[in-house]
Design a protein around this ligand. Structure first.
Ligand SMILES: NC(=O)c1ccc[n+]([C@@H]2O[C@H](COP(=O)([O-])OP(=O)(O)OC[C@H]3O[C@@H](n4cnc5c(N)ncnc54)[C@H](OP(=O)(O)O)[C@@H]3O)[C@@H](O)[C@H]2O)c1
Length: 287
């Protein structure tokens, strides 16, 4: 049995699907409405907070491995990583997979610093770890929305290029690494082969659908309101997203696909593959 934390999010749902496709039994630790969706899907679920030691003790009962997926913009993300690592040590798990980020060393980015600290704790604890460092997901762009609105809208420059990775490829690697020997004490940066600015993304989608797609930069306050679902975001989250988007604006982000290619045993998916697949499925979370 493999425990998945942060199981109700974008990453968790992809990882659960990839593990179940390989016949691996999973237990999902999640919160809120997501837990019902997972349960309806036949997944064993446990509702609770990762910061609650009694929840973690129950979550680790009968578990041989864990995939720890911390939340994206949470001021207690490092504490969650530490709590899950301690519970995993106490349970004596054989596999500890940590979802980190590409380039955790980037000082300007809060989530990268959180990941660097969680990596430090896990390595120092000598858990039987494998660390995955995924690049910015292709799934952060929703081709269905883009086509409906006739525009790619991003919260940073449309000309600065970014690297991407397909979350489906990342989940495949996660499942492969968890079910094979030989990945203990490994850290794998996972990046696809695209390196694209917003205008190039718009051109790719335009080519797939056969009509023009605009590329528009969205001002930060509008993005923050959207990400906060209309509520005022707390100062931590505002600082988190402001730094992230100003960094992407100035520097973009780079990466190399060699490690992902090696782990998949094939070429990673491209933006064009992803756009075609998600338009056919009608939903990026199904693709
Ligand atoms: N998005 C990317 O491009 C990308 C790329 C590389 C790495 N990553 C990393 O991958 C991780 C997952 O990203 P994601 O986009 O899948 O995140 P996500 O959709 O926000 O999922 C995180 C999940 O964690 C849950 N959670 C938050 N606080 C919790 C707590 N105290 N106890 C239990 N569950 C809690 C959330 O539940 P609620 O909804 O109930 O709060 C949510 O379901 C993040 O650490 C992110 O930095 C993301």
């Amino acid at each position: 049995m493999i425990l998945i934390t942060g199981a109700g999010g974008k990453t968790g749902r992809h990882v659960i699907r990839a593990l179940r496709e390989r016949g691996v039994p999973v237990r999902a630790l999640a919160r809120g409405e997501r837990i019902h969706e997972l349960a309806e899907d036949g997944v064993e679920t446990l509702a609770g907070d990762m910061l609650d030691a009694s929840v973690l003790a129950r979550a680790f009962e009968g578990v041989t491995g864990v995939v720890h997926i911390g939340p994206t913009a949470h001021q207690h993300e490092v504490a969650m990583g530490v709590a899950v690592a301690d519970a995993a040590s106490a349970a004596g798990v054989e596999r500890f997979m940590l979802f980190s980020v590409h380039h955790p060393q980037l000082e300007h980015l809060v989530n990268h610093q959180n990941k660097a600290r969680a990596e430090d704790y896990v390595v120092t604890a000598r858990l039987p770890y494998t660390i995955l460092q995924p690049m910015h997901y292709l799934q952060n762009i929703d081709p269905v929305d883009v086509v409906r609105e006739g525009a790619v809208r991003l919260p940073y420059s449309m000309t600065t290029p970014l690297a991407f990775v397909d979350l489906v490829d990342v989940a495949e690697v996660c499942a492969k690494v968890l079910t094979e020997d030989g990945h203990r004490y490994a850290t794998y940066p996972l990046c696809g082969s695209d390196y694209l600015g917003g205008e190039e993304i718009a051109a790719i989608i335009a080519e797939v659908v056969g009509r023009p797609i605009a590329a528009e930069s969205v001002p930060l306050p509008v993005v923050l309101e959207f990400l906060g679902h209309g509520q005022t975001m707390g100062p931590y989250q505002r600082a988190f997203f402001s730094r992230l988007f100003s960094y992407y604006d100035d520097f973009g982000i780079t990466g190399n696909p060699n490690v992902l290619r090696f782990l998949l045993g094939r070429e990673p998916s491209t933006m064009s593959d992803y756009v075609r697949r998600s338009l056919a499925a009608g939903n990026p979370n199904d693709s």
